[in-house]
Write a protein that binds this ligand. Structure first.
Ligand code: PEP
Length: 251
């Protein structure tokens, strides 16, 4: 299977910075075909990134969030159809920052996963356990529960559209620490066998990614963890050279 390498820019990058990133991707176009690459800009830059990317540069564009309702009086929200209209083909759902700061629950996550798939988007369902759950040894049950609930509103024939990213909360961002391959292996194995491409056909999703303090030094070892179909990266890929380096490692 082709390895997925993707980044979310979170609340970063102006339009000019987004376009400069795309120009860097175009300059490195020969490297990109070796993986399934994706970039998730803030909403303001989705269309600009999509329009600047030549159609023969194989990079998917995503959105960091969208509402489950197709339209209506939801000030400040955008729908799945709107992000698709802007050029997104995948949508990130349930990132731990959205769960922590913006009130995302397993119920809103499940609604969004179903709405994304119904709109023809790839739902990128993010799951991860907090530090205290890991300290108590509860990560397998926590993650299995988050994924099951996240998929609970999905039509069975849409399961194969889903990508899951396992991102332990304690490994994300500036305050996080790197996870070792040893620490993530049991979770990746559970996700892969229970939900992933290698698992039971009734629960087949398309890929299982790992994310959380991934960088050019740890990427190869994390990709080697059985059941890992790719990497979802924050800080280390916000600079286009860093992103392309990770793409080369994944290829
Ligand atoms: C993330 O927030 O999803 C993430 C993986 O961030 P970082 O790589 O910066 O830890």
């Amino acid at each position: 299977m082709t390895t997925w390498i993707g980044t979310s820019w979170k609340m970063n990058k102006t339009l000019a910075e987004a376009r400069a990133f795309v120009d860097g991707l175009v300059a490195a176009r020969d490297a990109l075909g070796g993986v399934r690459a994706f970039v998730i800009p803030p909403h303001t830059a989705i269309a600009a990134v999509r329009e600047r990317l030549p159609s023969d540069v194989p990079v998917l564009v995503g959105a960091q969030n969208a509402h489950w309702e197709p339209a209506g009086a939801y000030t400040g929200e955008v729908s799945m159809g709107m992000v698709a209209d802007a050029g997104a083909t995948l949508v990130e759902i349930g990132h731990s920052e959205r769960r922590e700061y913006f009130g995302e629950t397993d119920d809103t996550v499940a609604r969004k996963v179903a709405a994304a798939a119904a709109a023809g988007l790839t739902p990128l369902l993010c799951v991860g356990e907090p530090a205290e759950v890991r300290a108590a040894g509860g990560e397998i049950d926590w993650i299995a529960g988050q994924v099951s609930r996240g998929l609970s509103r999905l039509a069975a024939h849409d399961l194969r559209k889903v990508v899951v990213a396992y991102e332990p909360v304690w490994a994300i961002g500036d305050l996080g620490r790197e996870a070792s391959p040893h620490e993530i292996a049991p979770v990746m194995e559970m996700l892969s066998t229970r939900f992933g491409p290698g698992g039971d056909a009734r629960h087949k999703i398309s890929a299982v990614l790992y994310g959380g303090s991934v960088n050019r030094f740890n990427a190869a070892a994390l990709l080697d963890v059985p059941g890992t179909d790719g990497l979802f990266v924050g800080r280390a890929a916000w600079d286009v050279a860093g992103f392309v380096e990770l793409v080369r490692i994944g290829a």
